[in-house]
Design a protein around this ligand. Structure first.
Ligand code: PLP
Length: 390
């Protein structure tokens, strides 16, 4: 976040809280030892690590042996899917049609090992179509992975319902909760999930640390072996300072009962009304369509729009994002760009958005550092960017 930039890209990453930075600096200075060492310097680090681990498991309602620290969500997802798959013969993996590339990447590795990957179809809001539940959770399905909060369009999936259905059938169920956890902490002890992934840098914690929650016995093999850290599930000297920073960041998040309400409350009590206000202000812009506007099935800080010019013709989301950046607004486009070539968004394709609009997504995602005054100028700047891109 440059001082002059209005940062509306929380779904990409978030600024670490000042208290997080202070904590990391203090731990780097005072507890820099290797927690596995038997001398005093090591014991200081081990004590700090144990305290942080305890604080984090308490926040999440997990036991110490249910939590693995990783480098981030991408690694957690790979450990979850490849770690479960190592314990059974190749079968069918069910993922949604709107997963993050991290899950698609792990699924592709399983395909190379003989697994079949089936994508759960979604409706026009990106919600999985529940009429497929029985069919998809029948043999030969051996593993399910479902994104809880979709990063591009903000859809919240009925993960607790699917997890319960998986449990009844004895199928391990993983969720990529990277976008959901920053908007509310669910209670792991009350959930039917077997595996849950998230990344610290999406919730104002440090970059380079992630979490995988797992039920004991579900992971058959580590990705990284060697020193036996993290209960043998993830070798490598623990990132004590980053873990301590994550513990501090988690203290600021609200809790929510995921078995009762579909959507989490939001990183702050104001975030939803801030987003709704921005959404109503943007309604005055012609050829702007908010997608996935179903209130209870949507991340509370997330606003995804398809943007066209004054004649109603689709504009390039990537060009819009670049133009908005010139005007001092940081946001994202949903469409991927590989080797310099813009491509249709796979997520918008799965949602059956008309082909000519599949590169026109602009995503605004808000965070606690914003006030409603900060957002006043956004509609005018957006209109300016539209005119510049036309
Ligand atoms: C839903 C989701 N899953 C996984 C990831 C990967 O997270 P990381 O880059 O921290 O590994 C992201 C990051 O954008 C995400 O939004």
């Amino acid at each position: 976040m440059t001082p002059s930039e209005l940062y509306l890209d929380a779904a990409a990453t978030t600024p670490p809280l000042p208290t997080v930075i202070e904590c990391i600096n203090a731990v780097q200075r005072d507890a820099w030892g290797n927690p596995s060492s038997l001398h005093g310097t090591g014991l200081v680090a081990a004590e700090r690590l144990a305290r942080s681990r305890q604080a984090i498991t308490k926040q999440l309602g997990a036991q110490d042996d249910e939590l693995i620290f990783t480098s981030g969500a991408t690694e957690s997802v790979h450990l979850a899917l490849l770690g479960v798959a190592a314990g059974c013969p190749p079968g069918r993996l069910v993922i949604s049609a709107v997963e993050h590339p991290a899950v698609e990447g792990a699924a592709a590795q399983l395909e190379q090992r003989g697994w079949t990957v089936v994508r759960w179809p979604v409706d026009g809001r990106g919600q999985i179509r529940l009429e497929y539940l029985d069919e998809l959770l029948s043999p030969p399905t051996l593993l399910v992975s479902l994104i809880w909060g979709q990063s591009e369009v903000g859809t919240v999936q009925p993960v607790p319902l699917v997890a319960r259905a998986c449990r009844e059938r004895g199928i391990p169920c993983h969720t990529d909760a990277t976008q959901l956890i920053p908007q509310g902490l669910m209670d792991w002890s009350a959930s039917s999930l077997d595996l849950l992934t998230f990344s610290s840098h999406k919730l104002q914690g440090p970059r380079g640390i992630g979490v995988l929650l797992h039920r004991p016995g579900v992971l058959a093999q580590p990705l990284l072996s060697g020193g036996g850290q993290e209960g043998g599930h993830r070798a490598g000297t623990e990132a004590v300072a980053l873990i301590a920073g994550l513990a501090v960041a988690l203290q600021h998040l609200p809790r929510f009962n995921a078995e009762r309400s579909l959507a989490p409350p939001g990183s702050t009590p104001q975030i939803r009304s801030l987003r709704d206000r921005l959404q109503s202000q943007l309604a005055a812009i012609p050829a702007l369509t908010v997608i996935n506007a179903a209130e209870d099935q949507r991340l509370p800080h997330h606003l995804a729009c398809l943007i066209g010019d004054r004649r109603g013709l689709p504009l390039s989301g990537r060009r819009m994002v670049q133009q908005l950046s010139r005007l001092g607004v940081a946001c994202s486009s949903g469409s991927a760009c590989r080797s310099g070539q813009a491509q249709d968004s796979d997520v918008l394709t799965a949602m059956d958005i008309a082909p000519r609009w599949r590169q026109s997504l602009v995503r605004f995602s808000l965070g606690p550092w914003l006030s409603s005054d900060d957002l006043e100028s956004v509609p005018q700047l957006l209109q300016q960017a539209i005119d510049a891109c036309t």
